[in-house]
Every structure is written in C-alpha cells, then in structure tokens.
Design a protein around this ligand. Structure first.
Ligand code: ADP
Ligand code: MG
Length: 718
C-alpha cells in the first residue's frame, strides 16, 4: 500500500520536458538528416515531398539507418503497420535477427526490400472478394510520407513502419491507399485552381486534418464485470442513474486526480511518438473526455489518430481504467464522436479556406466555399456513409449528436453575403465588416471572428476550416477524408474546366457567375438553424436532402453510378473496390449485431434471469417466514413486489426466447445486404424488447443481487 502511494507520488511529481521527449521515438526529418548520407536524404525527401519514385538502393540505405536507430531505442522487432478494412490497425512482427553464424552469433539485419514491401498473411483481413477475384495474397508497401516510429509496450519495443495494404494487382485492401489517392486528386485540382488565380509559387496542396477524439473512462474492475462492455464495447442493458448529465457540471469541469494522472501519461506517450496532443478536457457526459491534436497533413493525422486510440486504450490499463471508444457506451447518455476539422493548405502556407484580407483572396475564398457547398450537396449521401458504422447508428440523429441529415452551417455573416449574391448577383455589404464596395471583383472583407458557432450542425464552417462532426469515436478518420478530398476535387475540377474555357479576358465574370450559380443551385444544403429539431427533419425532407438513418441505409450509395463515376474519374476507387467495400460493410454490420444479440442472450440467460429467480425466492421465503411468525402480518409489499418482478421476469424470458429463435434464423439469410437488413429490422427490435423489462427489473431488484455494476457505478465512480 505504502509503496503504491509512493509510486503514485513519484509519478505525480515526475516532470515532463516536452521539448526533450517530443518525437523521440519517431524516425523524423531531423533523425533522417542526421543519419542518412546527404545524397540519400535528398532523394528520400524528394520522394516524400514530390511523390517521386524511390530507388531501391536508397531504400537499402534508409532501412539500415532505420534499423540502427530503432535498435538503439531498444527495438528487437519491426512491423509493417497498416489499416485494413476492419477499423483498427494490424501488424505482423518480425525480429531483426538473421540465421546464426557458424560461430553461434547472429547479426541484426533489415533490408531495403523488407522496408519497402511485406507480405502479411492477408487471408484473415476482409477483402470483400477482392483477393479471391484478383490474386490470393496481399502485400504491404511502405508509405514514406508518414514517418516510422518505435512503439514501446510490454512486448519490448517495435519499429512500426506505416504502410499501405494492397492486392498483387494493386487493388486497395486498406484505408490508407485510397486516402493517398484522394490526396493526389485534391492536390492536382487545387493547384489548377490556384494557377488560374495567378499563383505560380505553391507546389503542393494538402488537406489539413485535426480530429478531436472523444472517449469514456471506466474503472477496469467494474468493466470486467460487464460482458456487454467486454464483448461489444457498449452496455446492452442498464437503467439510467438518478443523476444523468442534466446538471452539465462535468463539461469543462476540473479534471479529477486519477484522470489527470492518466492524461499526463497519455500525453507523454503521444508526444514521444510525435503526436501533437494539444487540448484535453472533460466532455458533456460524466466520465467522458476529449483529446485534440494540432492539425496535420491528412495521412499523418489519420495515422496519428489511430495511434491516439491505441495509446488511450493501452495507458488506461496501467491506471486501473478501461477506455471506451464506442460511439454509444451508455444509452441515454451523450455518445462519443470525432470532429474532423478539414481545410486545404499549400506548401507555402496559404489556407484556401481562409477568407483573407484582400478582395482578390476573398473572391477565391467564395469560389472555394461555394464549390464545397456543391460538393457536399451533390454527394451528401457519400459523406453520410463515410461516418456510418453500427455504433454510430445509436448516436446520429439521437437528439444530441449531429442529425443523420447532412447540411452545412455557414453562420450569419457568410449567409448574408451568399444571400446577396443569390438575390442580386453582387455582394456589396458585409454584416459585420466595414467596407462597402460595389463591382464584380470586390467583395466585402470577412472577419474570422464574426463566424458564430452551431453545435448541432454536422458540417460547420468554423472560421478557416470545416468541421465534420458526424464521424464516430471508434472509426478511422480515413473514410471521411477520402470522401471530402474526392468530392471537393470534383467540384474544383468542374470550376477549373469552366474557367479555363472562359479564357483570361472573361475570368472575373466567369468566377462571379460560378460563385452565384453554385450558391444558388446548392443553397438547399445550407442550414443555420437547430439541427436537433423535428422541424428540421421535415424541412430537410421538403428540400429533398437525403436522410439516411442507419449504416445499412447508407451502404448502397457507394456503388451507385454517381459515386463510381467520381471515384473512378479521380482514381480513388475502382468499381470493383467499391463493390467489395459494400460487401465488407454489410458483413461488418451483421457481425456487430450478431455479437451484440448473442451477448444479450448470454447475459440474460446466465446472469440476469438466474439472479431474478434468486430474488423471487428470497421474496417468497420472506413472505412465508413473516407469515409463520405472525400469521396476520401484512406482507402486501413483498407480495406486490413478487408479482411485479415475476411479470417482468416472464416478459424477459419471452423476449429472450424470441431473440434466440431469430438469431438462429440469421444464418439462413443470404450473406451481405439481406442479412444486414434482417439484423437491422428484426434483431434490433427484439434486442430492444429484451432490454426493456430487464431495465425495469434493475430498478426494483435488490442492488446486492443485481449481477453487474449499474450505470451509476460505471459513470459516476471513476
Ligand atoms: P474547437 O473550438 O472546435 O475546439 P479548435 O480551434 O480548438 O476548435 O480546433 C479543433 C481542432 O481543429 C484541432 O485539432 C485543431 O488543430 C484543428 N484545426 C485548427 N485549424 C485547422 C485548420 N485550418 N485545418 C484543419 N484543422 C484545423
Ligand atoms: Mg470541435
């Protein structure tokens, strides 16, 4: 006990020198510059910065330097770290050890070939038939734009090499490959646009992404007593505690010591891995927290977000906690999401989503903004799909997270400018800005501070970036950024086609017309009101905006002609890749619900019903013994309780039998869409039917006899 307290104090007093530890486990630019011969370093930079192909000789030298560096950090193994279509990351570890020398010693080797290419046993990763169609094996390929890192854990230290995962014929079996492709597409189209505006200096445009990560922390001991949390990440039963989040006293509340110690540890781990963990605070729900990094290039941000999720989970164990990344761990309590902040930045520091100070910049900004309106309106379904997973179905549209309908929030000032453009074709005044000018080439200056906030919007403009708030907390942010990059690339491409055709002499008029047209034709996607209201659902329907309520409803859109056309045009996905993805998504949904239903059956049958039977026996025994002591004693309370509990018990058993039968039927449904629809429409309803009487029982059965910790125990006692 004393030792533990002392250890705790030591940890607390441990000073972290951020600038010393930041990136210490990353094979970053500084390390590369120090350790690689100048020529090799230059070549590698060219590959990283300009996408030039990599010479195998160079890879050989880099691999060797990387190995020496990693071994100095204590690494014994290396792994190709990749993001298959399962939602998490995958890896296969190989040690650096080579076959022993005749004298019994060995050397540590790592070749260029091993760095560049790996062949994991791919058969256990979902491929939606792609591997079967094309080539049985998959391979991983080094993504040199995302730096390698050394990860320390109980297994020692491992050199992790970020990679893409493809089939032999090049079909993407992961999330990284299409992300990189979409980044190329948006780069190309953005540069085209910049050139039309006379920019000759920017060499590259990258999407900047800052994902804010929400999560729950619960006590590990209690977590281990809940099979639903263990198997599914969310509670499948549970009555609401007397106190919910109605007091809102948790949000930005002071962070408790146990949590503070955890966050300190998390930050330290992340900083060592070069992740710019920046802000941390409590969230709306009790036991809910948030971590946000400083934004980075999309592919790095996606990798880093995966690392953040891994570290959040790993470090929790050390503190006797468990981190829940599920979108809705507790029914009736705020869920967790991931705000995906997105903008477009040039290598020389221009943010295309920054209104800017000069009219010239403003006009480009309005062109970009209205192009994004078009992209989001035309492909609202794809954007919605990118945030869909089985867990997020419990969150989106559930009156607290953003609604399941995509709309764009612009704020009062921008809306006013757009209204003027739509009505008169000119914007001559700005609500909060001072300058008034007329003419085609000048628009009022917009100030960033004038953009107001709207927490209910799924896609909000926040000064110099868009914030896509639909993504689920456990999901990879790759998906939503692939869509954003691709659909905006298409809108930019359309603009550029038109402007190039108009010629230099008509440029200004053409720009003006485009802004007006896109603002007018796509104004239905803009909504500045309360996204949680029922009126909005009705209004959105009137406007013809898609309302895709569940993950299963969103899947068909990815294989529609409109989607195939845009993805193929910009080389992001082939039709075959899209079809395989749809198959994988249906399967993932069915699997998730199957596990949930089975877990409910297990808990109800083996824990809940037996506990209730014990309780009814106690009640019956109590009635008998009271009566035998005092024959006319009043046992009406026990009797009423016994009757009530017995009724709910019967309901529970009936619901359990029904669910059991229905789950058994599931395998008879055709794999893919049919089975997923069955789970969504039949099984889900029966799961609710089973939950209802059990949650009622939890409120009346002796707490001592209830077989698992309650919501109150889990949420308020961390
Ligand atoms: P909020 O008010 O929503 O907390 P912040 O300004 O704190 O907004 O930023 C939230 C996230 O957005 C952070 O990860 C931040 O780095 C990121 N972010 C800020 N500016 C940009 C930008 N231009 N592009 C992309 N992400 C950005
Ligand atoms: Mg935010």
């Amino acid at each position: 006990m004393r030792a533990a307290a002392k250890k705790g104090r030591n940890e607390m007093s441990e000073k972290i020198n951020v600038s010393e530890i930041f990136g210490e486990n990353v094979f970053n630019d500084k390390v590369m510059a120090e350790r690689l011969p100048k020529k090799v370093y230059k070549e590698l930079r060219k590959t990283i910065d300009e996408g030039k192909g990599l010479d195998p000789m160079i890879a050989e030298v880099v691999a060797n330097a990387m190995k020496d560096w990693a071994i100095e950090k204590g690494a014994t193994h290396y792994t190709h770290w990749f993001q298959p279509l399962t939602g998490t990351t995958a890896e296969k570890h190989d040690s650096f050890i080579q076959a022993p020398n005749p004298d019994g010693t060995t050397i540590m080797e790592f070749s260029g070939k091993e760095l560049i290419k790996g062949e994991p046993d791919a058969s256990s990763f979902p491929s939606g038939g792609l591997r079967a169609t094309f080539e049985a094996r998959g391979y991983t390929a080094w993504d040199c734009t995302s730096p390698a890192f050394v990860r320390e854990d109980a297994a020692g230290a491992t050199l992790c090499i970020p990679t893409a995962f493809c089939s032999y014929t090049g079909e993407a079996l992961d999330k990284k490959t299409p992300l990189l492709r979409s980044m190329e597409a948006i780069n190309k189209q953005s540069l085209r646009l910049l050139r039309l505006f006379g920019n000759t200096t920017s060499k590259k445009v990258t999407p900047s992404v800052g994902p804010e990560q929400e999560y729950f922390l619960v006590d590990r001991e209690k977590y281990l007593k809940r099979k639903d949390l263990i198997f599914t990440g969310r509670t499948l039963f549970g009555a609401m505690p007397p106190k919910g989040q109605e007091m809102e006293d948790h949000y930005f509340g002071s962070i408790r010591e146990r949590i503070a110690a955890y966050m300190k540890d998390v930050n330290k781990e992340l900083w060592k891995l070069g992740v710019t963990a920046k802000t941390q605070h409590n969230e709306v729900a009790p036991a809910q927290h948030e971590l946000a990094p400083i934004y980075a290039e999309a592919n790095i941000a996606v990798d880093h977000n995966q690392i953040v999720m891994e570290v959040l989970k790993k470090v929790a164990g050390r503190h006797g906690l468990t981190c829940l990344l599920h979108e809705k761990p507790f029914a009736g309590v705020n869920g967790s999401g991931k705000h995906n902040n997105w903008s477009l930045t040039t290598d020389d520091g221009i943010n295309l989503l920054d209104p800017g100070k000069k009219p010239h910049e403003n006009i480009r900004f309005l062109l970009v903004l209205t192009a994004i309106l078009k992209a989001v309106d035309v492909h609202a379904d794809l954007l919605r799909e990118s945030a869909a997973d089985a867990g997020n179905d419990h969150r989106l549209g559930a009156n607290e997270a953003p609604p399941a309908i995509i709309s764009v929030f612009l704020g009062e000032q921008l809306q006013d400018v757009l209204n003027q453009l739509i009505e008169t074709g000119e914007a001559t005044r700005s609500k909060k800005g001072g300058r008034l000018e007329t003419g085609v080439s000048t628009l009022p200056s917009l100030s960033k501070d004038a953009t107001d906030r709207n927490r209910t919007s799924p896609f909000a403009f926040t000064g110099n970036k868009f914030e896509f708030r639909m993504v689920g907390s456990s999901d990879s942010v790759a998906g939503s950024n692939i869509i954003l990059n691709t659909i905006v690339a298409e809108a930019f491409c359309d603009i550029c086609d038109e402007l190039e055709a108009a010629g230099e002499e008509n440029f200004e008029t053409a720009v003006h017309d485009l802004i007006k047209r896109n603002a007018t034709e796509h104004q239905r996607i803009v909504f500045n009101g309360n996204g949680y209201s029922d009126e909005w659902v009705a209004e959105a329907e009137r406007r013809g905006l898609p309302h895709l309520r569940t993950m299963v409803d969103t899947i068909p859109c990815i294989t529609e002609e409109k989607a195939v056309k845009v993805f193929e045009k910009f080389g992001v996905y082939t039709r075959a890749e899209l079809e395989s993805r749809a198959e994988i998504l249906y399967e993932a949904y069915s699997k998730a619900l199957n596990i949930e239903a089975r877990t409910m059956m297990d808990m109800a049958g083996k824990q809940i019903i037996p506990a209730i039977i014990k309780y009814t026996t106690v009640l019956a025994d109590s009635i008998n013994s009271v009566k035998s002591a005092v024959s006319d004693a009043d046992t009406s309370v026990q009797e009423e309780l016994l009757a009530e509990v017995s009724d709910y018990l019967a309901d529970t058993k009936t619901a359990l039998s029904k669910l059991t039968d229905q789950v058994a039927e599931a395998v008879k449904k055709q794999e893919g869409k049919e089975r997923a629809v069955y789970f969504k429409e039949v099984i889900k309803a029966s799961m609710d039917e089973l939950r209802a009487p059990v949650d009622k029982l939890e409120m009346i059965v002796d707490k001592e006899m209830w077989p698992m910790p309650s919501y109150g125990d889990l949420i308020f006692e961390v």
